[in-house]
Design a protein around this ligand. Sequence first.
Ligand code: NAP
Length: 359
Amino acid sequence: MLPTQYRFASPSPPIPPPPPPRGLRNMLSLRPKPALFNPFFRLTTSGRLRRTGAGGAMRAMDAAQVFDHESGASEELDQRARLKIAIVGFGNFGQFLARTFAAQGHAIIGHSRSDHSAAARSLGAAFFRDPHDLCEQHPDVVVLCTSILSTEAVLRSLPLQRLRRSTLFVDVLSVKEFPKNLLLQLLPPDFDILCTHPMFGPESGKHGWTGLPFVYDKVRIGDSEDRANRCRCFLDIFAREGCRMVEMSCTEHDENAAEIQFLTHTVGRLLAKLDLKPTPINTKGFETLLELVENTCSDSFDLYNGLFMYNNNSTELLERLELAFNSLRKELFGRLHVNLRKQLFQSPNGGGSPGAEEN
Ligand code: NAP
């Protein structure tokens, strides 16, 4: 049920235009032809988003006009949908995504518990401390980018009644069953839901996203062409960057992710406890271990904790890991025992010591 209370928010700060094109023309022409590219929307000269083709339904007419400017990026993006994307949870990963969204010419607005307005400004995005102000901007898409542990509280704190009746909610959490159930439970039935997991982060994706997996599950996308297109346009952002687009159910994702992700993070954090240092004779294998420590420990502990707490398969994996370690240790010590016995019995005085047999 939607909350019924309604309060007037203070006037919102203007949204700055997207950042300079940053060689967008070249970038777009060099990129592989996007699988999901669809020129379904056009921006009118007044900056409003209209659907092209038969029907010509208008969208975003009541939204704030954030596109009243001409730039190289907007000309390029005139060919396809420009989305107004709200990023809720403007931390490490939220800003990482915002950079690429903005570089593709989408309008970004952010909200977080802490004040990230300076970071937002540097990305050409607007930052709203108050979630009411954010929602009154009527974004096309709301991307939930909060820590797994705080997602429910953050979602409950959003004044959903201030959003448009049809808004696309996307989550990028590293676990998938949990947000899927939460979004289905808390969002009004008119909202669309797309659960995603970009399987890379600021470290692994710092040199580009080409070939990196992007998992998504269209949990609830309305039948209308507009809604299908909006979802497609959002997915297109990742396809345009060259991500490997993988459509997979949230359940299947979590089964796979326990091994792929939780195991990787656990091993990385375990190795970090050994305080490994580079040496002058590093092998490739050892270098890989050092990289693993760096990759996993640069993410917050909240993220790691979320992978454990909110993936049903993680506990079993931790148990399997412990069993595997114990079995390996047993094998090693078993061999050591056999060798020691052999030495004892084969020594010149072998077999002479009664104590040896007792051991
Ligand atoms: P994180 O520690 O998982 O999340 C940080 C974000 O959560 C920040 O925006 C932070 O707000 C917000 N947050 C934390 N506790 C909060 C609370 N009690 N109330 C309100 N907000 C709270 O680190 P992250 O790397 O940025 O990850 C964000 C999301 O992306 C996670 O769900 C993660 O699973 C997912 N993800 C991350 C990666 C990655 O490589 N990092 C990759 C794929 C998906 P403030 O900024 O205001 O502190």
